[in-house]
Design a protein around this ligand. Sequence first.
Ligand code: PYC
Length: 318
Amino acid sequence: MQLKVIDSHTGGEPTRTVVGWPDNLEGLDTGSLAQRKQYMAEQCDWIRSACINEPRGHDAMVGALLCKPVNPDCVAGVLFFNNVGYLSSCIHGTIGLTVTLAHMGRITTGKHKIETPIGEVVAELHQDGKVTVTNVPSYRYQANVTVDVPGHGSVVGDIGWGGNWFFLVDGSQVKCPAVRSENIAKLTEFSAALSHTLAEQGITGEGGVPVDHVEIFGEPTPGVSDSRSFVLCPGLAYDRSPCGTGLSAKLACLFADRQLQPGQIWRQASILNTVFEGRIEQLENGHIRPIISGSAYVNGEATLIIQDQDPFRHGIRL
Ligand code: PYC
C-alpha cells in the first residue's frame, strides 16, 4: 500500500499534505467534512499515524489530508491532524496546503475557498508567494481565568476560539519563563503543566470542549513584531510558526480589550521569530473575522510505502 505526500513548512512549522491514498476509503471523499474527520479517526487513523509519527514523521509535523470539497465552489476539502489526533482547523497548514495546491498545478494566484470541518476559509495566493487566509469567526470566550498550576502557582489567562481552543497567557507574569528560544524546554514544561491543569480542573472552551492549546505572549521586537509567542500544541510539540488559529484567538482578545481596531495590523512572531501578519473585520455579534498572512515553502514530495511485514508500517504508536 502507498500514500503520496507533499511536504511544506510555514514559518518553520511542517505540513505534510496527503494527496493520494488507497481508493477503497470512500468515506474520505463522502459526507460533510466533519463526518469525514470522524470516518478517518474511526476507520483509517493509520493514515494519520503513518504520516506523522516516527519513523516517517515527528511530533511537530501537522498532516493535511486533501479531499474533494462538498461545495463545488471550493477548490479543496482538508482534514488536519497531528501526532495525537485531529485538529478542527490549522492556518499554518492552510497556508502550506495553498502553496502545495499551486505546486500541484491545481491553483494559480487569486482567492480560493477551502472547506474544513468547521467551515469554509478563503486562501489568497499572492504574486510574491505569500498567502492570506480569511478565517472562521473568532472570539474571546472568557477573560482573566485564574488557574492554580501545581509547582507554578496561579496563572491568569483568557480562553479564546480561533478555529481551535486556546488558553492565552500574558508572559510578563512572574512565573512564566521568558518567551525566548533558549527557554523552549522551560516554556514546554510550564505550558504542559498548565494544559494538564486545565483538563484536570474541567476548564474548557464553550460547550465543554477541551482547551487543547496554550499560548504565551512575550515582548515586541521593534520593527519586526508586536509580540513573540510560544504555542504548545495538544501532542506537546511547540508550534514553530506563529500559529494562525492562535493568532486569531489573540486578535479576538485584543479586540475585546479595545487594543485592536478593525483593519489595524498586528505582527505576531513565533518563538523562532517567523512572523504572521493579522488584522480583523468586526462582525455584527461582537465576534471578529481574522485575516492572517504568511509564507510557506514546498520542501518535499514522497511516496510512503506501507509494507505488511513492517511492525512500524503505521508509525510508532505509544
Ligand atoms: O497555525 O493554526 C495554526 C496551527 C495550529 C496548530 C499548529 N499550527
